[in-house]
Ligand binder design. Sequence first.
Ligand code: RRO
Length: 325
Amino acid sequence: MDLTVDLFGTSFRNPVLLAAGTCGFGEELAAVAELDRLGGLVTKSVTLEPRAGNPAPRVAEFGAGMVNSVGLANPGASAVRRERLPWMRDHLEGLQVFVSVAGHTPEEFFEVVEILEDGPGFLGFELNLSCPNDARRGGLPFALDPEELARVVEGARDRTARPLLVKLAPNTPAWSPVVRAAEESGADGLTLVNTMPGLVLDPFSRGPLLGAGAGGMSGPALRAVGVHAVWSAARLTELPLVGVGGIARGSDAAQYLLAGASLVQIGTASFWDPRAAERVVKELGEFVAGQGVARVTELVGGARMPGSGEDGVRRKPDQNPKLEG
Ligand code: RRO
């Protein structure tokens, strides 16, 4: 049984990556997890200048998942170029690394790409156009504005020959304009989805659980949103898709692959268990073996949807295949 995925002119050991913002640059998890069992990772988003981030608490659990408002805490592009990229080159061999890039303006994205482009230790960029906690000045996140999204992607495309992923937001009113804008401006793949804007209040203190107030919601509740986003995008583009949101088990990852994702990312589950992503790899392998297919890639896009032709039967509720969780 083969878990490898050939994409972007290279090979991923398996389709499971760590998601941006949940693993730093790999240093802390490398001490407690066996990262060489994973397909890769996406770094914390890197901005032009260092950022201290938002006041604590920056993460808080609630019944259905987690909210965060980290506020893009990161060392800034020059320090990442000088220290983190060489560290990743020396310690993450065999992992496919994407550097996540964020900024307030298109020009900030371009400068970060320029500073990092000739550095070691990574395969490509993931443009974070969808941070819910740090919208571009005076406006929507880039991912919710197709014209602005295209400006960032085009400019980044001009500055790098590396694979370019574009990370989209879950709360887009329509998929078609943003998917087309990303594709036409030169994206090599789409990552779906970032966290969902959310607010958790303590009804007794009447204040928010997060130091910054509102934040981004993630965890199990985001999974159905993310799988739907991947499925929707797969109807609109041939670009490779990377699914993220609420994956904690192999069967969760399988849902994303069936919806059309070629790769998946694990985020919130790593906060609960630093070895969650390794477990997802193992469970996904067991799932693939149980399905009697030789390669994990055979699952991609294999969802049997009503009207899809292969199994177009809308089942009665009691005939639905049992869904875990
Ligand atoms: O740093 C954050 O607060 C953050 C970012 Br950049 C993002 O893209 N998504 C998120 O949930 N938090």
